[in-house]
Design a protein around this ligand. Structure first.
Ligand SMILES: NC(=O)C1=CN([C@@H]2O[C@H](COP(=O)(O)OP(=O)(O)OC[C@H]3O[C@@H](n4cnc5c(N)ncnc54)[C@H](O)[C@@H]3O)[C@@H](O)[C@H]2O)C=CC1
Ligand SMILES: O=C(CO)COP(=O)(O)O
Length: 316
């Protein structure tokens, strides 16, 4: 039995499994369709070019994978609740570590709340921060935050040779930092794609960060958490790198290019979820609202700039 299992063999789940197993730990990676990976010992579809270490086992048998006491959930956020509901019987007293970055459209829930509601006997935790899957798989140094009610044992269990973990007890702040930065990354991509310039991007990052804080604080997060890796750190990474799928999606929107629908772009759904929840709670979220309006084709980029610049003047 492995001490750690990763459920979801996308780019991120695979990269985490590789990094943890490289230290010699027994890790199980569960995938819906494991045959090719088990044979070739790499994930040719989502993370090509990185060979699996020997101590990484691949399985399609969920009942085997859930025997591990620590389980990393690396599915797209909108898929997490249906997956847990369908397999509820498998999740008893394990620690379930959410690695997904998003807010659920149908309910406004983040991953820790989804886990707590669907699997009440499991212990929820959240892993988030600036890290591209390819960087982790390549063995490059990264620093992330692990949040849980009692994060110290997890911090020790999940630190690897190239993943340095900081701990926090603020699960809401850590999960919202990772979810909300994706919306701002899309906005920055749009600005750069449309040729609005780097000054506009800096303005969007800063005002986007202010609205991330407003939303997270209203949900009980500590603003200091947002200033950490899962917040400021991830914002800095994904608003400036074309390796970010959210930023690249924004770039394509800004340039008027075709959108690739086979790619996971968490910020698109999260922007909808957050705009809806913010309206209900009376929280001002102009960047999230404009991202939704542009992505749905309801306003042009010229109109979006006019809307943002003509807002009432206010104190910073
Ligand atoms: N790729 C990255 O660099 C990073 C990704 N993340 C987060 O990790 C999460 C997953 O992203 P990626 O791995 O990059 O996505 P991905 O698009 O590479 O893979 C998603 C995987 O989920 C699987 N999947 C989808 N629905 C499923 C279901 N119902 N049951 C079982 N498996 C299912 C797909 O088969 C696919 O393998 C996202 O929330 C993302 O924000 C976080 C940090 C870095
Ligand atoms: O969250 C990430 C890096 O920390 C990955 O960003 P994308 O989902 O935009 O590729």
């Amino acid at each position: 039995m492995s001490a750690i299992s990763v459920l979801g063999a996308g780019a991120f789940g695979t990269a985490l499994a590789i990094s943890l197993a490289r230290d010699g730990r027994a890790v199980t990676l569960w995938a819906r369709d494991p045959a090719d990976m088990a044979l070739t010992r790499q994930n040719a579809r989502r993370l090509p070019g990185f060979r699996f270490p020997e101590s990484l086992a691949v399985t399609g048998d969920l009942s085997e994978a859930v025997k591990a006491p620590i389980i990393l959930l690396a599915l797209p956020l909108q898929k997490m609740a249906p997956f847990l509901e369908e397999n509820r019987a498998h999740f008893t007293n394990q620690t379930l570590v959410a690695c997904s970055k998003g807010v659920e459209i149908s309910s406004g829930r983040g991953p820790a709340e989804i886990i707590a509601e669907i699997c009440p006997d499991a212990t929820p935790a959240v892993l988030s921060g600036p890290s591209f899957a390819v960087d982790i798989a390549a063995g490059l140094p990264t620093a992330l935050t692990i949040a849980a009610r009692n994060p110290e044992p997890l911090q020790r269990a999940l630190t690897s040779a190239n993943i340095r973990l900081y701990r926090s007890t603020d699960m809401t702040g850590v999960e919202l930092g990772g979810a909300l930065k994706n919306i701002v990354a899309i906005a920055c991509g749009i600005a750069m794609g449309a040729g609005l310039g780097e000054s506009a991007r800096a303005a969007l990052m800063t005002r986007g960060y202010a609205e991330m804080n407003r939303f997270a604080r209203a949900r009980g997060a500590d603003p200091e958490t947002l200033a950490g890796l899962s917040g400021f750190g991830d914002l800095a990474l994904t608003c400036t790198s074309e390796k970010s799928r959210n930023y690249a999606f924004g770039l394509a929107l800004g340039r008027g290019d075709r959108i690739n629908d086979d790619v996971t772009i968490e910020g698109r759904e999260t922007a909808k979820a957050v705009s809806k929840a913010a309206k209900t709670a009376g929280i001002d979220m102009p960047v999230a609202e404009i991202v939704v309006a542009i992505a749905e084709g309801k306003v042009t980029i010229t109109q979006a700039v006019e809307i943002l610049l003509s807002r009432p003047l206010k104190e910073e």
